[in-house]
Design a binder for this molecule. Structure first.
Ligand SMILES: [Mg+2]
Length: 384
């Protein structure tokens, strides 16, 4: 099997409701859909899901101009060679990992379809029968957060993640209200998205959250403050989760070596693909750190990719956000993903187990955003 064509299509899909976090307000997911075609007529799908660096849609140019030329003509099973080639043309670009991830996902989809197996079988096989899910609660007045929590628990979700920002009093009030209303049966996670600047301030906030039995406090400090995160791990009784501090397997290695995370939230787009995400889960298993699978939130293709990682990881001891598609009003695929009583069931195969809807892809397609090829100037300069 050989790849004959590879294209990234920028799309903008609305969320059901705008979502506010410490990072701002998100009303649409502006991502890229990668379509890979093979010489036997098979189609593989990937998704550039990224809310950082001008969003995933802005990275379509990287796929179309830089990655497609090194992928077309190759065997989709040759993932190590793909990554070697990708790292040559996309050196030093952290954000480009999301474009690489989308292409790797499309190659895995092709390889799975060629072998008649779900992608999780290419990543180590099924390691569990179900994955506990967590849904996120936006930064909003306490009443609104509670309304959303009631709706989600009514749908069967047993873990919720409260987003925090600069207003720590509101966050503590939200967590206290969740615990008061739902009792011990609700798992409560807290995500600060780097809202604290000092480890001591973060520790003071964590101490205020301790009485409410929270499962974890996620990324209180800026991504680069590995020393601060390590200090929190040493001094907090609440487990500290790293998110923004860990993108690639290399980041995971540095954070785990510094003992700067009790738990790592692993993202397929940030890890450079499902294989890199599995590699981070392996590192965590080796280091004795907990693992959760995170979400941008992804559309259906990206959620399916995360699901195949979650079901094949050696360690997954935390509720995970593998339900990004639920935040969206519509999608470009039919996923076949099943959620029962707040648990995700194994995704169908072969491949990712998703089916593209060409009409919806056309409906949500947007013009290529400016800056789609941040390397264009560099290459022009080099050529002249
Ligand atoms: Mg997070």
């Amino acid at each position: 099997m050989r790849v004959t064509r590879l294209e990234a299509v920028p799309v903008s899909v609305p969320l059901r409701e705008p979502f506010t976090s410490a990072l701002g307000v998100q009303a649409t997911s502006d991502y890229g859909v990668v379509v890979a075609e093979a010489d036997d007529g098979t189609t593989g799908l990937g998704e550039i899901s990224l809310i950082w660096h001008g969003n995933g849609a802005a990275l379509c140019g990287l796929v179309n101009r830089l990655l497609a030329p090194v992928v077309v003509g190759t065997d989709p099973f040759a993932l190590t060679r793909f990554h070697e080639a990708a790292s040559r043309v996309l050196a030093f670009g952290r954000h480009s990992l999301a474009a690489v991830a989308a292409v790797e996902t499309a190659l895995l989809d092709l390889a799975g379809k060629a072998s008649g197996r779900p992608v999780y079988d290419l990543l180590g096989g099924l390691a569990r029968d179900r994955v506990p899910l967590s849904m996120s609660l936006p930064i909003a007045p306490v009443d609104e957060v509670l309304d959303r929590a009631r709706r989600l628990t009514g749908e069967g979700f047993t873990t919720l993640k409260a987003k925090g920002g600069g207003d720590h009093d509101r966050l503590v009030e939200v967590v206290a209200a969740l615990r008061a209303e739902f009792g011990p049966r609700l798992g409560i996670r807290v995500d600060l998205n780097m809202a604290c600047t000092l480890a001591k301030d973060a520790l003071r906030l964590i101490r205020r959250l301790e009485p409410y039995d929270v499962l974890s406090v996620e990324q209180p400090l800026p991504a680069a403050d590995v020393e601060g995160m390590a200090e929190l791990c040493a001094r907090s009784t609440v487990p500290i989760m790293a998110d923004e501090s860990v993108w690639s397997p290399g980041d995971a290695w540095r954070v785990l070596r510094a003992r700067a995370a009790d738990i790592v939230n692993v993202y397929v787009p940030e890890a450079g693909g499902p294989v890199g995400a599995r590699r981070i889960a392996d590192l965590c298993a080796t280091a004795g750190a907990g693992v959760a699978i995170g979400s941008m939130p992804e559309l259906g293709i990206g959620t399916a990719a995360a699901a195949h990682v979650a079901f094949s990881s050696p360690r997954l001891d935390q509720p995970s956000d593998v339900a990004g598609h639920l935040y969206h009003a519509d999608d470009v695929v039919r996923t076949g993903l099943t959620i029962e009583d707040g648990f995700l069931l194994p995704p169908p195969g072969p491949g990712l187990g998703v089916e593209l809807d060409p009409d919806r892809l056309a409906a949500y397609r947007i013009p290529a955003p400016d800056g789609g090829d941040p390397y264009a100037t560099l290459r022009t300069t080099r050529a002249s």
